[in-house]
Every structure is written in structure tokens, then in C-alpha cells.
Design a protein around this ligand. Structure first.
Ligand SMILES: C[S@@+](CC[C@H](N)C(=O)[O-])C[C@H]1O[C@@H](n2cnc3c(N)ncnc32)[C@H](O)[C@@H]1O
Length: 265
């Protein structure tokens, strides 16, 4: 089955389904569990990473809604629905919040119905690849759901380590932000080899063998995504250190192997 097929390819591991497995979900196949088990062999704490990242999504979205008053979200690299989903968190604070979800994996689209039920606000789903920014910005679902003359939070959580620099990763983020007005936000997280290079090196090898084009980034490389924006305190930190309200042990950094940040345009 070709990479552009819109049917889920159950013969090849998929990032969305492997992540679902790491979070303890059930929406994955044997091929995903085999790949995930190989990652776990070299990186036993990968489940801690997934949980810590997901918790960052919860906290950052709650902060964006509650503290920054953001009621519009463009979430790219949504993943398989996992409660609470982003719109449920945003709408818990601001019931009229609107969310546009974007993913390029047909398995996510197959489950997207779970993302599309709102009490008061509104959600929409776009089946698109972040490497084709125009497909996202020109999608009617985007303009029908979000008012791009008002601030939007662009959330790219655990996405950009699947977009290498050779695919113009930083330029894609710049192009997306250029479509959003001043006062918009960027919330992002991604994997790094800064803390446990051996385990992450093995994980990169396992993903790459399956054609999943991983690129981990250093603190400096990840920080470049936020160039020209105002970083929200505490800046670029491992996700469990972003406004978690507790001081985690230093050893957690080498289990989580991620960076996260939120910044304002
Ligand atoms: C690790 S999951 C993260 C899910 C969710 N954002 C979270 O952090 O809980 C990464 C998601 O990005 C999606 N993805 C990977 N490459 C993509 C691309 N080029 N365009 C759009 N989505 C992509 C995968 O299909 C997957 O659903």
C-alpha cells in the first residue's frame, strides 16, 4: 500500500498507533505493538515520556484558555482520540472554544468522530500533512471554524520530530504562524537526545527503519521554532517542568527525553 493511500496500512507500524500503545490505549495493531516493544526494550521509560507529553498538552491548553483567554485552537498531529481530548480541555474552561484538528494518518481520521462532538463550541477535522501547509490553510473546515482575524493557538504536540529539517520543518512553522494574527500562540513539544542519547538513538533507529523519518532536536534546535516569539515562562524545558507546580527529580529528564514550550506572537 502506498504512502498516499487513505486507508490505514496495517502492515506497517504507524506513529499514531505506537503512541496510543505507549499511552496504554487499545487502538493499535500487532505491527505497532512489535515496533513499540522494540523501542521499550532499549527505552523502558517510553511510557513515562508519552504520559508526560500528554500531560503537557493538558496543562498548556488549560493555561492558554484560562490565562491567555484563547478560545481558538489549530491542533496539528492530533493523534488517536484519547480522553480528555484538546477540545474537551479548552471547552471545560471556555465552553464556546473552537478547535480544528489536523492529522495525516487515516487511522486518526477513522476515529475522528470522537473529536467532533462539542456541547457548545465547535470542532472540525482536516485530513492533511503538515508538510503541505497550504492544504491546511486553504481547507474550508479551517475558515468555517476559526476566525483568523482573532488569536489562535497553534498546537503541534509531539509532531515535529516526524518532520526532519530536510523537509523544511522550521519554515513550515513560520508559514503557519504567518497566517495567524498577533497575540496568537505556538505550543509545541518534541523528542530530544540531550538527556539519554543512547536510548533515544535506538528509538530513532527503530522509527527510521519503519520509514517514520524521525529527527530529534537539541535545546538550541528546538528553541529555533520560537524565534521572534515571546516565550511564556518557564521557556523551553522538559514537559514535566512546564508549569507543573511541583519540582520533579532530575532523573525524570532522562526518562522523558522531550522539550516543550509555549510562546506568543
Ligand atoms: C506522537 S502522536 C502525538 C499526538 C498528540 N498530539 C499528543 O501529543 O498527545 C503524533 C501524531 O502526529 C501525526 N503526524 C506525523 N507526521 C505527520 C505529518 N507529516 N502531518 C500531519 N500529522 C502527522 C501522527 O499521525 C500522529 O497522530
Amino acid at each position: 500500500m502506498g504512502a498516499d493511500s487513505r486507508e490505514a496500512d496495517v502492515t506497517r507500524a504507524a506513529a499514531a498507533r505506537m503512541y496510543d500503545y505507549f499511552l496504554g490505549g487499545k487502538d493499535n495493531y500487532a505491527v505497532d505493538r512489535d515496533a513499540a516493544a522494540e523501542v521499550e526494550k532499549h527505552y523502558p521509560a517510553v511510557g513515562v515520556m508519552a504520559r508526560s507529553n500528554r500531560d503537557f498538552m493538558h496543562r498548556s491548553v488549560r493555561w492558554l484558555a484560562a490565562e491567555a483567554g484563547i478560545d481558538q485552537f489549530l491542533d496539528i498531529g492530533t493523534g488517536i482520540p484519547t480522553e480528555p481530548n484538546l477540545h474537551q480541555i479548552a471547552q471545560d474552561v471556555l465552553p464556546a472554544a473552537r478547535v480544528v484538528y489536523v492529522d495525516n494518518d487515516p487511522i486518526v481520521m477513522a476515529y475522528a468522530r470522537a473529536l467532533l462532538t462539542s456541547q457548545q463550541g465547535r470542532t472540525a477535522y482536516i485530513d492533511a500533512d503538515v508538510r503541505r501547509v497550504r492544504d491546511i490553510l486553504d481547507a474550508p473546515q479551517l475558515r468555517e471554524t476559526l476566525d483568523l482575524s482573532r488569536p489562535v493557538a497553534l498546537t503541534m504536540i509531539a509532531l515535529m520530530h516526524f518532520v526532519p529539517d530536510t523537509a523544511g520543518a522550521h519554515g513550515l512553522v513560520t508559514e503557519l504562524l504567518a497566517a495567524l494574527p498577533r497575540g496568537s500562540y505556538l505550543a509545541m513539544s518534541q523528542a530530544t537526545a540531550d538527556f539519554d542519547p543512547v536510548a533515544i538513538g535506538e528509538a530513532v533507529r527503530i522509527y527510521a527503519q519503519r520509514g517514520l523519518t524521525p529527527q530529534v532536536r537539541s535545546h538550541a534546535e528546538f528553541s529555533r521554532f520560537f524565534a521572534g516569539l515571546d516565550l511564556v515562562e518557564p521557556g523551553v524545558v522538559p514537559p514535566h517542568r512546564w508549569r507543573a507546580g511541583i519540582e520533579p527529580p532530575d532523573s525524570l529528564d532522562a526518562e522523558v527525553n522531550f522539550y516543550a514550550a509555549v510562546a506568543r506572537k
